[in-house]
Ligand binder design. Sequence first.
Ligand code: ATP
Ligand code: MG
Length: 542
Amino acid sequence: RELSAWTPDKIVKSPHKDVDIPSRTVPEQIWENMERWVDRTAIECAITKQSYTYHQIYKYSRNFAAKLRTQLKIRDGDVVCIMMPNCPDFAVAVLGALEAGAEVTTVNPIYTAHEVQRQITLSDPKVVIGIPETITILKEALALAKKDLPIIAIKGVDGVLPPGTISFHEFALADNVDHSVLKEVRRKSEDVAFLPYSSGTTGLPKGVELVHRNIVVNLLQQNVDTIRHYDETTKSSQDVALAVLPFYHIYGLSIVLLHKLSVGLKVVTLPKFQPNTFTAALKEHKTNVLCAAPPLILFLGSHPGITNEHLAFIKTITSGAAPLPRKDVVSVFDKVKHKMNFLQVYGLTETAPLATAMLPGSEEYSTAGYAISNTELRIVDSALKPLGPKEVGELLIRGPQVMKGYRNNPEATKKCMTEDGWFQTGDLASIDTDGTVTIADRLKELIKVKGYQVPPAELENVLKEHPDVLDAAVIGVPDTRMGEVPKAFIVLREGHRADANSITTFVSKRVAEYKRIKEVRFLNELPKNPSGKILRRVLKEL
Ligand code: ATP
Ligand code: MG
C-alpha cells in the first residue's frame, strides 16, 4: 500500500489531500457552519445537565466578549487566564475571550498556587476566570505574583459567588448586550489565539504561542474525507463526543472542544475522570466519539464495569499523548460486538496539536499513522542529516499547524526550529516505506546503557505482555559499571501475584542483553499527569 511517498530528499508527504488555509479566526471557524445545527445542544455537563445550544454559546460568547471590552477594558492581544475543569461555561469563556481579541492561557485546575503563580508571571494575564474551588488557588497565586487583577467567577452549585469576584453569568447571560464594541476587534489569523503551556513532562512547561491559523487549519485537517471519524450533524442526527480529557490541555481544547463544536457535535463534559461517572456518561449519552489517552484505554479494556453496553454506539476512539501498547487496544475491541475505528493520534502542544493519525479502519494500533494534510515529516540523525525509511532518528514536522514560537523565549524557539521551517519534536521515531510513523520514545528519556540507547517505552510494552502486569513504567538508574540500567515500576493486576524475578526473567527472554531490567519495584499506581503521560521524573525521585 503506497499511500505516502518519500521524496528524493527524504521528505515524507501526507497521503491526504491538502486543505485550503482560510484567514479566519478560531471563533469565525466555529461559527462558520453553525446555521446548520444552531438549535441543537452544543455542550452539556454530564453531572449537572447544564447545557447550551449552539445559538446560546454564540450569543453568550459575544456577550461575554463585549463585557470584557467595555467593563474590564480588555484590548486586542491582552491575555485572559482560565482555570477550570471541563464544563459548558468553558466553551463560552474561551470563545468569548477570543471574540474580545484576547489571547487565552489555560491552567491545569489541579495546580497548586505556586504552579499557577509561575504561569501567571510568565503569561501576564489581565483577568482570570475560575470556579469557586480554583478561585481560592487563583487568589493565592495572584498574591504570590504580586498582581491585583479582576477575577471572574462561575457560581458554585450552591449559587454563591466567591467574595471579591465578578459574576461570569452576569456578563455572559445578560440581556440586550450591545455587541457593537466588538467591531473594534482587529484579530488576524497570524495573531496569537492560545498560549498553552506544554505538559512539563521533561522540564518546566514552556508557553507555546499558537496563532489563530495554527488552530483553524488543524481543525480543518481533521475534516478531510480520508481521515474523518464522525458523522456530520444533519437534521436527523447528531454525534455525541464525550469530553473527559481536560480542556486546559491542547488535546482536550483543540481536538475535543473546538473541533467537535466546529462540526456541530454534542460535546458532553465531565469535570474530571471518575470511574463511575465516566462509565455512566458513556452509556447514558450513547457516546459516538471518545478522545482518550493511554490510561483511559487501559481502563476501558481492563475494568470489568465497562462492557459492550457502554461502547455499543462508539464510532471512533482516539488515543494520543503517550505511547500505547497494542494489547491495551485489543482488550477494548474484545469487549465490543460492532465495527468501530481506533485511531492512534500523535502531536504536541507545539503543533496545535495534531500531526499524524491512523487511517479509520486500520488495525495497526501501535503506529501513529500518517502525516495529516499539509504536513511533511522527516527523520534525522543527531547532526540533522535526513535518514531513510525504517531508520530511527528524531522526528521533524513541517506544516501550517507548527507554532509561532515559545513566548519570550527566542533561545528555546531557535533550538527546535530549523531555518527551513522544520520543527524538531524531540521524539525518536521511524517511518515506513509507505509513510507509517512509529513513535519510539522521547530522546530525553532514552536510557543509556554503556554505549547503547534503550527506549523505556519499548520495555514498558514488553512488561505489559506479562500476564500479571497491569501497568508498567521504566526509567534509567545510575550504575557504576554500565552508566545507566533499566529499572521497572510495576502495577500488578488485581488478585495477581508476581515477584521481581518472574518480571526480570520474562523481559530477559524477549530483549537483547543490554536492555534487561536490573531492578523492579511494585507500586499501587503509576504517577501520570492528567494528559496521560508517565511522570518519569517523579519515579526518579522515589
Ligand atoms: P514538555 O514539553 O513540557 O516536557 P510534553 O512534551 O509532555 O511536555 P505535550 O505537548 O503535551 O507536552 O506532549 C507532547 C509529547 O507527547 C510528544 O513530544 C510525545 O513525546 C508525546 N506523544 C504524543 N502523542 C503520542 C503518541 N501517539 N505516542 C507516543 N507519544 C506521544
Ligand atoms: Mg514537549
